[in-house]
Design a protein. Structure first.
Length: 119
């Protein structure tokens, strides 16, 4: 006796992609919150420019970035701990905190969450 089974891969694939997009979007929101919580506040410029990108889907990958939309002149000093150029970055009460800041907003979040995305 011969029989055939018809499986609609298009619907299965579409559902899997939509599920992955939703999970990735939720994880990107979590990453944005972690980066913002580690960002020092001055006039809230650093915090307000942290965004997530739109999702990009190719045949084999689903990509979404968390980045700062506007590269402010002092972002590199806060993120990368640059010592070769003196820079006075002030807190709201005008106390200089740049000396040994080492905030690493993006890098610390990356190291903490790099293996936490559950498929």
């Amino acid at each position: 006796m011969w029989f055939t089974i018809n499986i609609k891969y298009d619907k299965i694939r579409k559902d899997a992609i939509n599920n992955a997009k939703n999970k990735l979007n939720i994880f990107a929101d979590k990453v944005v919150l972690w980066v913002k919580s580690r960002t020092p506040e001055d006039t809230r410029n650093l915090v307000t420019w942290i965004w997530k990108s739109e999702q990009i889907f190719t045949w084999t990958k689903l990509l979404q970035k968390v980045y700062d939309k506007k590269w402010l002149k002092y972002t590199k000093f806060v993120e990368y701990w640059v010592w070769w150029k003196p820079f006075n970055y002030h807190k709201p009460k005008w106390s200089v905190f740049f000396v040994a800041v080492w905030a690493w907003m993006f890098r610390r979040t990356y190291f903490d969450l790099k293996n936490k995305f559950n498929w």
